[in-house]
Design a protein around this ligand. Sequence first.
Ligand code: NAP
Length: 344
Amino acid sequence: MPDHRMNRQIVMAERPSGELALHHFRAEVVPMPERPADAVLLRNILVSVAPGARAAMQGPTHRPQLVPGELIPSSVIAEVVAGPPDGPAPGSVVAGTAGWQEYSVVPASAVRPLEPVGPLSQQLGFLGLNGLTAYFGIHAIAQVRAGETVLVSGAAGGVGHLAGQLARAAGARAVGISGSDDKNRILESKLGYAATVDRRSASFQDDLRAACPDGVNVYFDNVGGPILESVLPLLVKHGRIVCCGVTSHYDLSDPPPGPRDLAVRLIAKSLRMEGFLVADHRPRWDEALRDLRRMHAAGELTILEDIRDGLDSAPAALVGMMAGGNVGQLAVRLAQDPPGRPPA
Ligand SMILES: NC(=O)c1ccc[n+]([C@@H]2O[C@H](COP(=O)([O-])OP(=O)(O)OC[C@H]3O[C@@H](n4cnc5c(N)ncnc54)[C@H](OP(=O)(O)O)[C@@H]3O)[C@@H](O)[C@H]2O)c1
């Protein structure tokens, strides 16, 4: 019998130096959190597994650096157990940021009520932060136009598998970079990527050129590092680089030096290189979610999910992700979806 006065969570045991490993995590059982009057108590149903958690273990990002003993941060989909009278009703389902734990207490104003339709895993994926990140990266930052070539790294991942499909739906030619031939076959056969390149291939630079014979108009960069350096010469006049993430840096104690002659390359071809955070676009999330739902209903978006079971599987899932072990949205399920949710 679970003890409902106690809460199980996964914390950072020690700061990694180099590759992430299981011993960098520790499971703890702690007393249930107290709920302030303006907060909700959540029972977490799904927690995301994302490279951003690995980044926070290493150093400050858009969130402060984790210290040993701190909870691993994540997006969650959760059922409201209790909250203020003017907050989301007990039994309703919300999205928020709460971390790898069974229960959490967060300000009621910080959760987003969800429509009571469709599988909840979709709310972490294409209807969650990854879908919104792909959407605003492709539309608001890159402003992709029909006929352009859009190159996506991390193309088989949670953000990447959606970014390529959104580019294609905008009339562009999507080209993907992933870490294996198996992933690339999925990108081409199921997601409509026109061409793909294996980042581990010995002939990577030549393969990239062959996959983008007219050059690259937009590089949607999920990984940074040497792949960014390889893509720079392929960008055409007025090309755009969307800086979404730098996964290749997250397992390194010291970030690598930037690409050589970056400013010269940007100037010579009038390139635009722009970073963004999905939260910057919060006022337009509802509009984007309506569009993503419409596209999915019209069969324009194929969703790839990799859902593991049980809180204790989260550390291995993140370690595996950093080695390229996921296809699509990676998440961990802590509880079943509440009954009675009709399909989306
Ligand atoms: N800007 C924002 O607001 C925002 C929001 C959400 C996520 N992000 C960022 O978006 C990126 C993608 O996130 P995600 O959740 O969709 O993760 P993901 O792409 O599903 O998983 C990470 C993938 O990165 C690749 N990878 C791992 N190590 C690498 C290396 N050294 N060099 C190149 N590729 C490597 C692996 O794929 P392959 O082996 O197949 O290459 C791995 O599967 C992350 O950098 C994340 O931080 C940004």
